[in-house]
Design a binder for this molecule. Structure first.
Ligand code: COA
Length: 151
């Protein structure tokens, strides 16, 4: 069974790699390649403290038998500048945008955990009053830029 934990600036170190050192959605590419992991994490924490205050919880991790296997990041699209690089859209201004729903351990994929994570997140967002949830789905592989906007 999966256990879920909300992530704030206080327990951010629990976020698994590579998500802990990833600013893909929060930037438009600046920093990501040149900066050290420490610098990236510092920026990530800066972003998180702003979003926590204005949007509320926006990161959640999922663990299996004590090991973190999944990561979810979501907020209003305006907090993720990278969305502007995608041709799919436009995104709703008041919809929750799921920037990332990721199972870090490849051996744990295709076992139904992603479905459980998504269902948990949709329930939570609906409880927070969101009438719409959107995401981009990559076609083929996780590195492809071809996307579909999903409502
Ligand atoms: C995408 C991901 C979150 C799905 O979670 P999962 O636990 O593997 O998926 P599930 O076992 O719950 O399967 C859910 C459905 O998605 C389908 N699916 C899962 N991975 C898929 C893939 N790579 N391509 C196509 N379909 C896929 C399953 O077949 C299943 O469909 P069904 O209900 O019709 O049978 C997970 O595989 C993952 O993190 N993949 C790599 C990263 C990625 O692409 N993340 C998204 C962008 S950051």
């Amino acid at each position: 069974m999966l256990n879920f934990e909300k992530v704030s600036i206080h327990n951010f170190s629990k976020v698994p790699e590579p998500c802990r050192f990833c600013l893909y959605w929060q930037t438009k590419g600046e920093l990501q390649n040149a900066a050290s992991k420490k610098d990236v994490e510092k920026e990530e924490l800066k972003w998180l403290s702003i979003v926590e205050k204005t949007f509320g919880n926006c990161i959640e991790i999922a663990s299996l038998n004590g090991t973190t296997i999944g990561f979810m990041q979501y907020a209003l699209a305006k907090y993720f500048p990278r969305v502007e690089d995608y041709f799919s859209g436009p995104l709703g201004e008041d919809a929750a945008f799921i920037a990332c729903l990721y199972i870090v351990d490849k051996d744990q994929r295709r076992r139904g955990y992603g479905t459980v994570m998504l269902e948990k997140l949709l329930k939570e967002l609906s409880g927070r009053g969101f009438k719409a949830v959107e995401t981009f789905a990559r076609m083929g592989s996780e590195n492809k830029k071809t996307t579909r906007l999903i409502h």
